[in-house]
Design a protein around this ligand. Structure first.
Ligand SMILES: NC(=O)c1ccc[n+]([C@@H]2O[C@H](COP(=O)([O-])OP(=O)(O)OC[C@H]3O[C@@H](n4cnc5c(N)ncnc54)[C@H](O)[C@@H]3O)[C@@H](O)[C@H]2O)c1
Ligand SMILES: [Zn+2]
Length: 359
């Protein structure tokens, strides 16, 4: 069993990671506060509920539990679902001192976390992330949100959970493509701040692809630890936390150009990281051999490493110029200085991008 403590003063919380944790959580001392809530509302979707809701009911067998399922999909991470969940909680008389449980991937986690931030001005919530992406990324760090027709994640709040419960066994039911998309974010941690972890991933890629333990738990724990460290130094993204966006400026442009949902987020981020490495290589920051290694590791998980057919640098520009990270009119990119050390730069011009990526 792996444990990571997210240090945020009064808002500190534990992340517990283990295969079959959904069957053994009651015995984990760090989680004992969870069983004290008298009323619990579980929020999930039909896909995940069919697989894992019975386990969660078991965990809260002594409590009064209500359940609400939203339809599956990013399209439901919106204000309408937000209102539906709030109405459901009110209609069932959920008090302020109840516990909301998010059981699912990042969509359910982000939405439930945002409801928890707002319901009666704030209720406690527990994250039970069930995708690799949500286990290594969205469930850690307290960013919660819903989408607006005018932009993704545009309405939200920073809100930390009481705990994060990660059962690595649940990844066995996750579609392979979703697992790979999560691996893009895992590889990102190595690239942005931990060359040793990148080497570890190269060495254990086969075991990880086969979901072998203890490697799988170790990998997830390492990512949570890295994100927790970054978040405790920069909770509201004033500086260092932006490094977690490595590959995301290019990646968001790809997602938006294709139309959201065509490629998975992690797939677009994989290409974005490749582009960041190619740009950095042309500046002489990383070696050509590093670019080859990054490409090989992404490809080992069947991730794409080049933009979609027909997408030119000019197609990236409108999205990158309106990115959330644009400051004072300058595009900001996260680029690798070396393999395992990323920095924020704001001097990338369209001309440079044309030179590196044309042809
Ligand atoms: N808050 C943050 O810091 C943060 C960070 C990154 C991403 N996000 C958000 O996360 C969301 C994406 O999350 P996601 O990739 O987990 O997508 P998701 O929640 O849509 O899950 C992907 C699919 O896998 C299914 N699924 C989940 N667990 C499963 C399991 N164990 N077995 C079988 N199927 C399972 C889901 O039902 C869904 O169909 C986006 O909305 C994104 O904005 C948030
Ligand atoms: Zn991401």
């Amino acid at each position: 069993m792996e444990k990571v403590a997210v240090q945020l003063g009064q808002r500190s919380y534990p992340i517990v990671i283990a295969p079959e944790l959904l069957s053994s959580a009651l015995a984990v001392p760090e989680l004992s506060m969870l069983w004290r809530y008298k009323k619990v509302a579980i929020i999930s979707n039909p896909t995940v509920a069919a697989l894992y809701l019975p386990n969660i009911r078991q965990l809260f067998a002594q409590q009064q539990v209500i359940e609400f399922l939203l339809p599956d999909g990013e399209a439901y991470k919106n204000l309408q679902s937000f209102e539906q969940v709030n109405s459901f909680l009110l209609e069932n008389g959920m008090p302020r001192d109840a516990l909301l449980v998010a059981l699912g991937g990042g969509v359910i986690g982000d939405l439930t976390g945002f409801v928890a931030a707002c319901y009666q001005r704030g209720t406690a919530f527990l994250q039970i992330p069930t995708t690799l992406l949500s286990q290594v990324d969205s469930s850690v760090g307290g960013k919660t949100a819903v989408n607006h027709p005018l932009g993704k994640n545009m309405i939200g709040a920073f809100n930390q959970p009481q705990a994060v419960l990660i059962d690595t066994q649940v990844l066995s039911s996750l579609p392979k493509r979703e697992f790979a998309a999560g691996m893009a974010e895992v590889i990102k941690y190595g690239l942005l701040g931990d060359a040793e972890f990148f080497v570890w991933l190269e060495q254990h890629q086969l075991a990880i692809a086969e979901l072998q333990e203890p490697q799988l738990s170790q990998m997830i724990s390492h990512c949570c630890q890295m994100k927790a460290d970054i978040v405790s130094r920069d909770e509201t993204e004033q500086g260092e936390r932006a490094l977690l966006n490595l590959g995301h400026t290019f990646g968001h442009a790809i997602e938006a150009w294709l139309g959201y949902g065509e490629w998975l987020h992690g797939e677009a981020v994989a290409v974005g990281m490749m582009m960041a490495f190619e740009l950095a290589a042309s500046r002489g920051w990383v070696h050509a051999n590093d670019v080859i290694r990054v490409r090989a590791l992404l490809q080992a998980f069947a991730l794409p490493v080049a933009p979609p057919k027909g997408m030119q640098i000019a197609d990236f520009m409108p999205y990158m110029k309106t990115d959330k990270k644009v400051k004072d009119g300058r595009m900001r990119f996260i680029l690798p200085k070396t393999l395992g050390l990323a920095i924020i730069v704001d001097d990338v011009t369209e001309t440079e991008l044309q030179q590196v990526f044309a042809g």
